[in-house]
Write a protein that binds this ligand. Structure first.
Ligand code: PEP
Ligand code: MG
Length: 759
């Protein structure tokens, strides 16, 4: 194979520098992206793509195509049949010899790569032209440090990944024909990096024109996985000045074992541990490369790079997903306007816009892009308008109210419990809302470079720290799943089911009356599936329905809800579910269907249990619905003092985990209504009584080998994080905006505990 770039369609392989923009169908998304980087003159390690046509020719020329497509033509509601289909397809592909001419062409290309000595990475590259979601086209298979001997076999493994159970299920459900989907495979030389790391071409949270480079010795895995603290360099893009250099103590590095070719961790030589990884020239080269990449893609990039013998390579470039678009966090929060209203800062960030006062639901249409919603309290019907808004202000509510939770997930600044905002502010008036300070000021925010506000913006390290305690994220609106997954969290610690139901604007009973049971079940399946897919295989802990009667009453069909003096102490959570098993069974059936589809990352959590009797009754219903409690991961929330005090009995019921719902645990322990701003000052999740209940529960759970977690709002607070890590909690679930800080806080505390233990 030569690199002449001619006659691409008929060839089994295409070199990266041969790929043209219309080759997407032949080389898939990954191949096309590497081809584009190569064509843009960016220094990508050399490689080639085994085209989608090669896969097609393989199944057709060997005559396995018919048998293959027959094997995967199964009823996707039958999980056993799906599993069999995956196994049959895999066996057929792996056991069938590749035509000799194709094998030769692939190996010849490999030999041309580096005199036949190269270690290569082999990755599937889905061609998703016909599919709306590329992730379903094929499993994202990657094999590292592959040599000539194993190359063809690994390529076949990538082909077989087109037929995982989830991929089969998805194509069946979406009505895509299995025989119309193809897959390409990227084979690329691995670079034995002396130094490597990541680079953000703009500030990853504020978007400021600064290049941030993190660098360590050896291969990039150490930096990407967080197993080493890297050096950090901040460069001003306007003049190339290095604004800040932080040299870390780099204890370990990842290197390729010369004998086995595997990536192994080694201690860094003493003299290099505290030495600066990059010199000014290398920083200059990286900055130049970063600017070229950002110019080429026309948006800030997150780049993985490596340096070998002084030569810089770019391994990957993708858009930065963490820059806050909705808030002007990078601008000064100061404006000189008068403070009009003050409340609780419930979702961070600063934004300005015209006020839209919403007193009735039919006024939601007047909320346009960038407006500020001002209302008594938000409801699930308001979410579409909240998505358009640049900020949210409510008269009522605390840090755990609907407005606060949803705004944080949407990344929109919010102030809750502002008292009289709907009266004090005027429709159309331009205001600035500061979601950290909780203040609303008159007028627009004016960026002012003279102020020191820019320095106030806390630089977040772009790299995920590795922690022994898992750090997860809370999700309440399925639409936030993508943002939540981009945090790098270890899973979802709480997925609330309420929004999936309440956003239909009907009570479950009314919904079923109007659309039938199956549609109701599918509403839940689809809501959960979107999040479970986004995070797969990271676990997603789904909580069964827990809405109080006052929230149900606002919906169609809500007239039938009982009137309660105190809904927070009333008919909600597992109490309601156990009292209405015929409805609860639909939720459990939704779980059964999800498991059948292959979403084995879904976990089930029961809210507001008081004692073992509650738990056993819920478990029995789960079992009757066809969900095996011995096989699936399930557990309870600890939200009442009773549950915390009965933990010994709860442990006997077979739960796998217990998760602290500190929003409720605090309100019930302290008798402080969590939504009542008059007593908001008394709502203290760090109260010794609450901490004592949590500490004792963790201790008992550890004795019984039951995992513990927190999914209340307090999991985002540093003091609570330190307390929980000290007590030995297994995981912490935080708000989207707090995940990175919590990861760092956990790491710091874990390191301190380790140090204390050896001192
Ligand atoms: C809690 O009570 O802490 C919790 C996470 O549940 P919710 O806020 O939905 O009641
Ligand atoms: Mg709760």
């Amino acid at each position: 194979m030569t690199e002449d770039g001619s006659g691409s369609a008929s060839k089994s392989v295409l070199w990266l520098d041969e790929i043209r923009s219309d080759d997407l169908g032949a080389v898939g998304g990954k191949g096309a992206s590497l081809g584009e980087m190569t064509a843009a003159g960016l220094p990508v390690p050399p490689g080639f793509v085994v085209t989608a046509q090669t896969y097609r020719a393989f199944i057709e020329e060997t005559g396995i195509d018919e048998e293959l497509f027959e094997a995967v033509d199964v009823d996707s509601d039958d999980s056993a049949a799906l599993a069999e289909a995956e196994a049959a397809a895999k066996e057929l592909i792996l056991d069938t010899e590749i035509p000799e001419s194709v094998r030769e062409e692939i190996l010849e290309a490999y030999d041309n790569l580096d005199d036949g000595e190269a270690f290569v990475a082999v990755r599937s590259s889905a061609t998703a032209e016909d599919l709306p979601d590329a992730s379903f086209a094929g499993q994202q298979e990657t094999f590292l440090n592959i040599t000539r001997e194993d190359l063809v076999d690994r390529i076949k493994h990538c082909w077989a990944s087109l037929f995982t159970q989830r991929a089969i299920y998805y194509r069946n459900e979406q009505g895509f024909e299995h025989d119309l989907v193809d897959i390409a495979v990227v084979v690329q030389k691995m670079v034995a990096a002396d130094k490597s790391g990541v680079m953000f071409t703009s500030h990853p949270s504020t978007g400021e024109p600064q290049i941030i480079i993190e660098a360590a010795w050896g291969l990039g895995e150490a930096v990407v996985s967080g197993s080493v603290s890297p050096d950090n360099y901040v460069v001003d893009r306007s003049d190339g000045e290095i604004l800040d250099t932080t040299i870390a103590d780099k204890k370990v590095k990842m290197v390729k074992d010369e004998e086995t070719g595997e990536t192994v961790e080694k201690d860094v030589e003493d003299h290099k541990r505290k030495a600066q990884v990059l010199d000014d020239t290398e920083i200059g080269s990286l900055v130049e490369l970063g600017e070229r990449a950002e110019d080429h893609y026309d948006e800030p990039q997150d780049i993985e790079w490596a340096i070998v013998d002084g030569e810089v390579f770019m391994l990957q470039s993708r858009p930065i997903t963490t820059i806050s678009e909705d808030s002007d966090a990078g601008e000064t929060a100061e404006n000189d306007g008068e403070v009009l209203v003050q409340g609780l800062g419930a979702s961070p960030g600063v934004s300005s816009g015209p006020v839209r006062i919403v007193r009735k639901l039919d006024q939601l249409d007047k909320v346009g892009e960038g407006d500020i919603i001002v209302t008594e309290m938000t409801t699930p019907d308001m979410v579409p308008a909240m998505k358009r808004a640049s900020g949210i202000i409510t008269d009522e509510g605390g840090m755990t109210s609907h407005a606060a939770i949803v705004a944080r997930e949407l990344g929109a600044p919010a102030i809750v419990g502002a008292g009289n905002a709907t009266d004090a502010l005027e429709d159309g008036q331009t205001v600035t809302i500061d979601g950290d300070k909780g203040s609303v000021t008159e007028g627009d925010v004016e960026p002012d470079e003279e102020t020191d506000a820019v320095e106030e913006v806390k630089p977040q390290s772009p790299v995920k720290p590795m922690t022994a305690t898992e750090v997860k994220v809370n999700v309440s609106i399925p639409e936030a799943a993508e943002r939540a997954a981009a945090t790098g969290a270890d899973g979802v610690g709480l997925l609330r089911m309420e929004h999936m139901i309440l956003s239909t604007n009907k009570t479950p009973e009314r919904y079923i009356e109007d659309h039938g049971e199956d549609a109701y079940i599918e509403e839940i399946v689809e809501g959960v599936r979107g999040v479970a897919e986004e995070f797969y295989p990271r676990p997603v802990r789904v909580r069964t329905l827990d809405a109080p009667t006052d929230e149900f009453r606002q919906l169609e069909g809500g007239d039938n809800e009982p009137h309660e003096h105190n809904p927070m102490l009333g008919y909600r959570g597992i109490r309601r579910s156990l009292d209405r098993p015929e409805l609860f069974e639909h939720e459990l059936e939704a779980f059964r269907r999800l498991f059948e589809m292959g979403y084995d990352n879904v976990e089930i959590m029961f809210p507001l249990v008081n004692d073992a009797e509650d738990v056993v009754r819920a478990r029995n219903l789960m079992e009757s619905a066809g969900v095996d409690p011995e096989v699936r991961s399930w557990g309870v929330m600890i939200e009442t003092p009773a549950a915390a005090l009965c933990i010994e009995d709860l442990a006997e019921t077979g739960i796998d985990f217990a998760s602290f719902g500190t929003n409720d645990l605090t309100q019930y322990t302290l008798a402080v209504d969590r939504n009542n701003e008059n007593v908001a000052q008394r709502f203290d999740e760090l109260h010794p009584a609450v901490l004592q209940l949590i500490g004792n529960t963790i201790e008992t759970c550890r004795e019984h080998d039951i995992a513990t977690s927190i999914c209340g709002q307090a999991g985002s607070k540093p003091e609570m994080v330190r307390f929980l890590v000290n007590e030995g909690v297994s995981s912490i679930s935080a708000n989207i905006d707090a995940v990175r800080d919590v990861q760092h806080e956990v790491k710091r505390k874990e390191q301190k505990l380790l140090l204390d233990s050896i001192r």
